[in-house]
Structure formats: structure tokens, C-alpha cells
Design a protein around this ligand. Structure first.
Ligand code: M6R
Length: 630
């Protein structure tokens, strides 16, 4: 949610900043901007509404852009306050083009600050909350001594002390062309130290191709970066040691590998993602699950994990969006296997409730990015109350991972498409492994059931491959129903979360209104909507709720809805014809593992519907991959 970049060094700042911004576009694409000082110490700011390419097209082809600037900041925006236009694009300055800054976060008291500053005669030009930081900073430089970097730093502190909200900031000041400032408070920011250069970014992936020596800022820390090094202090000015870590993180592969969109590529990567996620953890049906393979036997982590696996008597899963849906699959599975109560909470709600937590409560945070603001805050709240935190994430270097007792990486590989697909599958795999490991430790399931599930999991990559091998029937259905205004998804049991996920995928990238329901809920309200204009997509696999689902589908069919079934069952042809208009067959798997397979046609369906409608599949409007504001 907004990406910021800063550069100070010997290379040409502008192309480098643009390259780094390109890797951050998953965080927002409403507008982009860049500010830099050229070697004659002149200030330049360029901005454009829309994607980064629009900014690139307005940049003049002049020398400072290519070689004559060595300090600058850049931004890609996901709009919170103010429309997605050029004026509201960052960087913002205080009116005199002397100080410029880029911001990720939300300033909650911006309105009060703006009123105060307007009363002092300052003119605001944008509708953003960010401009109040730039204006305040400039105002305070006129009220306080600010002729040296040290004094300017005190002005920054005074500015920050007036702000309420979340911010990651990078600031440049014309007076100090060798000083780049970086500040974090409830929004991620990392500083990289390269050879004769420093880089600042919202995400390590943006700078990892330049350096692996990273400093992950903590909340309320200010970094003053000069060619001599990083001076780190707290908001009150107390100095802190700047400790850099060596981080091994592959450079971001931005390659569609021949697929038209990243989303399709990522859907097709799922068999390998499952293999990767299982690797070393589930080796054979006979061997116990190892959640942390390679971890020394006597390590503290191992002890914490053993405590979690053996003694926790209640589990609370917190997450948002697709991660929340994956958490629901986790709930069904863990309750079935371990008989421990599991609640799944929307992190944005949980963080403001009064959580009931004992020393035997395990909080499982689930997040692809590991940076979702609500999930992070929910975890912080729970940790303060004594909960043990286990995080399931695709980003081991994320803020969430850093604040957890145990991290279980999902190993999905970098996911570029805003619409999550392979990370959902990998998250579910980790929940299966967690449930199985707990059941093994506690002996809450029979050996034969555990063995059967392990065998089933090992077969999953091949089953997903089979589900992906014949997309034509899904394409045909997508085309047939692509003009629907509303779509319902229904399922029951462990596939209920799959219905929610199918609806979320469709809404997100095609902008068609879609809802997921338990098949049993239809008659409690949604059935009133049904007529021949509404497709109802039903997931039904053999098992506990199969016959119930058939009845729910017939109830919908009786109201003239267009019925599309997704099933692994061989349904009697007469029954099938009288119930479904279209039937998409998926490979058969164990009922408890079937969400891994049933999700695939729903991902494809959403993709092909959006593609048929000509939507921007990988960067759907109004969304961002990493939601770092609440
Ligand atoms: O990074 P997270 O998993 O914490 O993100 C949570 C949601 O923002 C995310 O799943 C969102 O719903 C996706 N765009 C869904 O495709």
C-alpha cells in the first residue's frame, strides 16, 4: 500500500529509483512520482497519475535524469486521502520546493494539522493527508533553527511528535544534499547499504539486487543517512546502534514465463508450489511431519514449537482476505484432527476487541505479505496479552515474521498478481502440516488416518496438474456467464471457505458482484435473489455433506438459477441434468484435502471471466498487494 524508495550514492539516482519502484508496483499503482536534487543542487519533482509507465513518459530526457543526480526519493501510490490524480501524487513539498518527502501510511490528525497551518497562512494544494507532514515540516523549519543537519533532524522529530497515525517516510532537504532521512512508524521500511551508496525502500525486494546488507527499521526510529553511515535514533533523539543484517533473498523475478498474466502463471505454478511447501516437511507417509526441517534439535524454537504442538488448548487464527479464507480451511482441518477449538478472526475486527487469551492460547497469524497492518496489530495486541504467536507467511523477512515466536514459511515464491492464488494453496498446505503434526504429537487421530492424509498430500501436486490440464470447459463457462451481474458461490463443510475464496477472486478481478455462502445458508435469505439471471457455482465433493449439497443445488435450480457444479463425484446423468446446466469435473481426492483441488477451477474461472471482460487482471482497480494501512 504505497511504495517508497530513496537513494543516496554515487550512481545516477533517477534510473535506479525508477527500477526499484517498478518492483514495488504491487503496492499501488494509482500514481507515481519522483523528487531529486541535481548536481547543481536544483530541485526537480515529477509526478503522473496512473501507473509508473506514465511517470516514465513525462520525465524529460535530460542529463540530471541520466547522470547528474545522486540523491532522490520516489513513490508509487495507493490512494487513501484524495483522488488518484497528479496533484495528490507524492512526493509532496511544503510549497517552496526545498524539502520533499514520500509517505506510506495514514495521518489520522491531518485535518487538525491542516487547519492549524492554514490559520498560519500556509496554502495546501493537494487533498492528501501527506501534504500536512511536508507543510508542517516546512513551517517548523521557519520557526526553529534548521541550518545544520542536526537542527533539521530536531525539526523532523518535532514534526513527528505532532503526527498521529502510521507512516514510513523518506525525506530530502535542498540544504543538505548529502542527507537522506528515513523514518518508520507502523509501516515497513528497510535501508540497504551498498558500496558507496544507501537505498531505502518499503520492501527489501526493491533493493536486494543492489545489496544484501539490510537494516530493518523499527517503529519510531529515525535514520539519518549520509555518505559516512547511518545515524539511528529514537523519536526522542536517543541514539541506537544501527545493526545491519545479511539477508539472502533472491532478486525479484518479474517474468511471465510465456503466460499472458502473472495470475495465470501463478495458478499454473501451484503443483510446484505444493511440492516446495511439502519439501523436507512431509517426506513419506511413514515419517513424522517436520515443520521446521533443518532446525537444531535443542534450539529454543524447537522447544517453543513442541509446546505449541503439545499443549495449546485453543487456537485463534487471524488474517484478512484470502488469508482469512485459508485460515477457515485450517480451522476445519485442525478441529477435525486435533479436537482443539479453533476460531478464525478477521484481523481488522480482532485488533479492536477485547481478546480472551490465556498462556495456552496459540495465535496463528496468516498473511502472504507479512505486512498487513490489521494482522500485525492483531498479533501485537495478542502478544501483549501473553498469546504465543505462530505466523504462516510467504515472507520470512516481513514485519510479522520478525514479531512472531515461530514462523512457518509457506514457500510459494514471490507472488506478483494482486489476486492471491498460489499463496492460498501454500497456506492451506501449511495448515494441513500443522494439523497433522499436532495430531501426531497428541495422538488425536488414528495412525491410519494420518497416513492416508499424508499419502493424499503427497499426491496433491499431480491432482492439481490434472485439474489444470484441461482449461477449455472452464473457459467456456467463463464466456457463457461473463456478463452476469451477480454470481453466488456455494459449498459446505471444508469447502465452504473455497466458496468464499471463489467469490473473492471473481469480485477482485472482474468487478462482478459475487458472494460465497454455505449451501445451507441459501434458504435463510440469499435464495430470494435467485432467478434465471444468477449463476450459482457449487462445489460438491463426495463425503459428509455431498447429498446435502445436491439438495441445496436442487433448491436453487427450482428457482431458475443457472447452476454450475464443480465436482469430483460421478453423478448419475439424469440427476446431473436435472440439477446442473454445466458440470466441471475435478480429480478425486480425500474430502479433507479437496479444497486444494476445488479451488483451482474457481481461480481459473475468475481469471477467464476477467480476461473475457478485458479487465486489468494483475493490477485490478483500487487494490494493492500489501495492505499496510488499516
Ligand atoms: O498479505 P496478506 O495475505 O495479509 O493480505 C491479505 C489480503 O489483503 C489479501 O489476501 C487480499 O484479499 C488478496 N488481494 C486476495 O486476492
Amino acid at each position: 500500500m504505497c511504495g517508497i524508495v530513496g537513494y543516496l550514492g554515487k550512481k545516477s539516482a533517477v534510473p535506479l529509483i525508477l527500477d526499484s519502484l517498478r518492483t514495488l508496483e504491487y503496492r499501488g499503482y494509482d500514481s507515481a512520482g519522483i523528487a531529486f536534487l541535481d548536481d547543481d543542487n536544483l530541485f526537480h519533482i515529477y509526478k503522473a497519475a496512473g501507473k509508473l509507465v506514465n511517470l516514465e513518459s513525462v520525465l524529460p530526457d535530460s542529463t540530471p535524469l541520466k547522470s547528474g543526480s545522486h540523491i532522490g526519493i520516489g513513490h508509487i501510490r495507493w490512494a487513501t486521502h484524495g483522488a488518484a490524480n497528479e496533484i495528490n501524487a507524492h512526493p509532496h513539498h511544503g510549497g517552496h520546493q526545498e524539502i520533499a518527502l514520500v509517505h506510506n501510511g495514514i495521518i489520522e490528525n491531518y485535518f487538525e494539522i491542516k487547519q492549524e497551518l492554514e490559520a498560519k497562512g500556509r496554502n495546501f494544494i493537494s487533498d492528501t493527508d501527506t501534504e500536512c507532514i511536508a507543510q508542517l515540516l516546512e513551517q517548523l523549519t521557519s520557526e526553529m533553527p534548521s541550518d545544520t543537519p542536526e537542527q533539521f533532524r530536531v525539526v523532523i522529530q518535532a514534526t513527528l511528535n505532532k503526527l498521529v497515525g502510521a507512516y514510513a517516510l523518506s525525506i530530502i532537504n535542498k540544504k543538505f544534499p548529502n542527507h537522506l532521512f528515513a523514518i518508520r512508524n507502523h509501516a515497513p521500511l528497510v535501508i540497504g547499504k551498498g558500496e558507496n551508496e544507501y537505498l531505502v525502500a518499503s520492501d527489501a525486494v526493491a533493493i536486494i539486487s543492489h545489496t544484501q546488507e539490510l537494516l530493518f527499521l523499527k517503529d519510531k526510529e529515525i535514520a539519518e543517512i549520509t555518505p559516512e553511515g547511518i545515524r539511528l535514533t529514537r523519536l526522542d533523539g536517543t541514539p541506537i546502534e544501527a545493526v545491519l543484517e545479511h539477508v539472502e533473498l533472491g532478486p525479484l523475478q518479474i517474468d511471465k514465463k510465456g503466460f499472458k498474466h502473472f495470475m495465470l502463471k501463478e495458478i499454473y505454478e501451484q503443483p510446484d508450489v505444493v511440492r516446495n511447501s511439502l519439501s523436507g516437511r512431509l517426506v513419506s507417509a511413514e515419517r513424522p511431519i517436520r515443520l521446521l526441517p533443518g532446525e537444531p534439535k535443542d534450539s529454543l524454537k524447537k522447544q517453543t514449537l513442541d509446546t505449541i504442538l503439545k499443549y495449546m488448548d485453543r487456537i485463534v487464527i487471524v488474517g484478512c482476505g484470502t488469508s482469512f479464507n485459508a485460515g477457515l480451511v485450517g480451522k476445519y482441518f485442525i478441529e477435525e484432527m486435533v479436537s482443539v477449538p479453533v476460531e478464525v478472526e478477521s484481523a481488522g475486527e480482532y485488533r479492536y476487541r477485547k481478546p480472551i487469551i490465556s498462556d495456552k492460547t496459540l495465535i496463528v497469524a496468516i498473511s502472504q505479505s507479512g505486512e498487513t497492518a490489521d494482522t500485525l496489530e492483531a498479533v501485537r495486541r495478542a502478544a501483549k496479552l501473553g498469546g504465543k504467536i505462530l505466523t504462516i507467511t510467504n515472507r520470512e523477512d516481513s514485519s510479522l515474521a520478525r514479531e512472531s515466536d515461530i514462523v512457518l514459511p509457506v514457500r510459494a515464491g514471490v507472488e506478483i498478481s494482486v489476486c492471491a492464488t498460489k499463496s492460498f494453496t501454500a497456506q492451506i498446505i501449511v495448515f494441513y502440516l500443522l494439523g497433522l503434526a499436532m495430531a501426531e504429537m497428541r495422538q488425536t487421530a488414528s495412525e491410519s488416518q494420518i497416513k492416508e492424509l499424508k499419502t493424499g498430500l503427497l499426491k496433491t501436486p499431480a491432482l492439481i496438474e490434472a485439474a489444470l490440464s484441461n482449461p477449455e470447459p472452464v473457459q467456456a463457462v467463463a464466456k457463457q456467464y461473463g456478463n452476469a451481474a451477480n454470481v453466488l458461490f456455494i459449498a459446505r463443510g471444508i469447502n465452504f471457505p473455497v466458496a468464499l475464496e471463489g467469490a473473492l477472486k471473481l469480485k477482485e478481478i472482474s468487478y462482478i458482484h459475487a458472494e460465497g455462502y454455505s449451501g445451507s445458508e441459501l434458504k435463510h435469505g440469499p435464495i430470494a435473489m435467485l432467478d434465471e439471471s444468477i449463476p450459482v457455482i457449487s462445489v460438491l465433493v463426495p463425503g459428509v455433506v455431498f447429498e446435502k449439497m445436491i439438495s441445496n443445488c436442487q433448491e436453487a435450480k427450482a428457482r431458475d438459477a443457472q447452476m454450475i457444479g464443480i465436482t469430483s463425484a460421478v453423478i448419475d446423468s439424469q440427476k446431473a441434468e436435472s440439477t446442473f446446466d454445466d458440470l466441471l469435473q475435478i480429480p478425486e481426492s480425500l474430502e479433507l484435502l479437496s479444497p486444494l483441488i476445488a479451488t483451482v477451477p474457481l481461480q481459473l474461472l475468475a481469471y477467464y471471466m476477467a480476461e473475457y471482460l478485458g479487465k486489468d487482471v494483475d493490477q485490478p482497480r483500487n487494490l494493492a498487494k500489501s495492505v499496510t494501512v488499516e
